[in-house]
Design a protein around this ligand. Sequence first.
Ligand code: URA
Length: 240
Amino acid sequence: MAERLDKVISNTTLQSRTVCKALIRNGAVSVNGVPVKTPEFHVDTGKDTIAVNGEPLSPRRFFYIMMNKPRGYLSTTEDRYERTVLDLLPGEYGKCGLSPAGRLDRDTEGFLLLTNDGETAHRLMSPKHHAEKTYFVRVAGMLTDEHVRAIAQGLRIDGYTCLPAELKIVQKGENSEAFLTIREGKFHQIKRMMYFCGCEVTYLCRMSIAGVQLDPALAPGAWRFLTDAEERAVRDAGKR
Ligand code: URA
């Protein structure tokens, strides 16, 4: 089926239409070896060979996006009433099957990985694979070394024994602050662990997934693609 050249490049690379039009107008694109400078030019992806900067356009199967999820958004792909994290991405991204690899509560901020790589998403979410996630947590209440020890051993909550986790207290006293690293992701896990410690979570932000740190340059609501090294880290998470 014939489609506009700029649309084909945009859908394949997830670059915006504006960027793709500029690439074409600047002479970076050829079709069957012949430079084409008109974005409206129609191509048949079944037959034509498109190249960008001399590299054949090969459909990339998987995309990995790091988003700093803001408060007030649901970690789902659609909802009839509420804003979802997909609303923070350009519309065309919805078409390539991106969805969040794991959920953050509506009031939680931080690193949300969006991908169309279902196998990696499954491994990151599955408690069997033990991919590490680190959260920064502020609580109403006081965290103590006793909590550090109990969490390291595996808290028993509502008949379930959590996997051993690491609590690093960075601010002692009332309104304690800490980093908490867990290897599973049960429903409201951090809030329930803190509740068990006699504390109520007042702020929660996921700082890393499988050793990949949330980019401090990303303000809440902003996003970027993972670098190649970050992609490797999330794809390899839980395989060892
Ligand atoms: N644990 C929670 O309680 N909430 C989150 O959003 C993530 C982990």
